[in-house]
Design a protein around this ligand. Structure first.
Ligand code: COA
Length: 186
C-alpha cells in the first residue's frame, strides 16, 4: 500500500527505516523516563526498536496507515515515533507515540498527535481511533484530551491497567497550525 509522510509546523513524519533503529533505541527505548508508562517487554532497546519497525512495516504493507519516525524540521534529528497501528488482539486502530526526553514540554506531542489523527480521518478514512494510557501518565492523557479524545472505559491492554480513549471525526479539534500530508513514491 502507499505510504505517507506528514509535516507539521515543527516536525516531519516519515515511515521508519532500518537506519533509524539506533536512534530509536538510544533516545526512546533505552531511556527509563520515556519507558516509564510503556508496556514492559523483555527485550533490549534495540530489539524493542526492531519490533516497532516491523509492526509499522506490517501495517503499511497491508493498510493505508502505519508508523512514523518523528524528525525535527530544523535539523533533521530523530526526536520520536508515532503511528496508527493496531491495538493488541483487536481490529481497532490505535494511536501510539513517544518522544525523546530532550523535547518534552514544548507542545510537540500535541502537534504531532493532531497531525496523526487528521491523517487518520482525512487520508486513511478511519471512522474511529483509540488510544490507551496508564492513568499516571498525565502528560499523555492531556495530549489526547487536547485533540478531542474522550474517555471510554478502564481496561487492561499490554498487561497494563489503562484508560481507553477514543475519537471520531466529529470530535476532532483541528487546531490552526500547519499540516500537510504527502503521498510518498517509495
Ligand atoms: C507523553 C509525551 C508524548 C508528551 O509529550 P510532550 O511533547 O511533552 O507533550 P505536550 O507538551 O504536547 O503536552 C503535554 C501536556 O501535559 C502536561 N504535563 C506534562 N507533564 C505533566 C505532569 N507531570 N503532570 C501534569 N501535566 C503534565 C503539559 O503541561 C501539557 O499540558 P498543557 O498543554 O495543558 O499545559 C511525552 O512525555 C513522552 O514521550 N512520554 C514517554 C512515552 C509515552 O508515555 N508515550 C505515551 C504512551 S500512551
Amino acid at each position: 500500500m502507499a505510504k505517507y509522510g506528514l509535516e507539521t509546523a515543527r516536525c516531519r513524519l516519515r515511515p521508519p527505516r532500518p537506519d533509524d533503529l539506533d536512534e530509536w533505541a538510544s533516545k526512546l527505548f533505552a531511556d527509563p523516563d520515556v519507558m516509564r508508562y510503556m508496556p514492559k517487554r523483555v527485550m533490549t532497546p534495540r530489539e524493542n526498536a526492531e519490533r516497532a519497525l516491523r509492526s509499522s512495516d506490517q501495517s503499511w504493507s497491508t493498510r493505508n496507515h502505519g508508523g512514523w519516525a518523528i524528525l525535527d524540521q530544523s535539523d533533521g534529528q530523530i526526536i520520536g515515533r508515532c503511528g496508527l497501528e493496531y491495538l493488541e488482539a483487536t481490529d481497532e486502530v490505535e494511536l501510539g507515540y513517544g518522544l525523546a526526553r530532550a523535547v518534552w514540554g514544548k507542545g510537540i506531542a500535541t502537534e504531532v498527535v493532531r497531525a496523526c489523527v487528521r491523517f487518520g480521518f482525512e487520508s486513511a478514512s478511519l471512522k474511529t481511533i483509540v488510544a490507551v494510557v496508564v492513568p499516571e501518565n498525565i502528560a499523555s492523557w492531556r495530549v489526547l484530551e487536547h485533540v478531542g479524545f474522550v474517555f471510554e472505559k478502564t481496561a487492561v491492554y499490554y498487561d497494563l491497567d489503562v484508560i481507553y480513549y477514543s475519537i471520531i471525526a466529529e470530535q476532532f479539534q483541528y487546531g490552526d497550525s500547519f499540516y500537510r500530508a504527502r503521498l510518498l513514491d517509495e
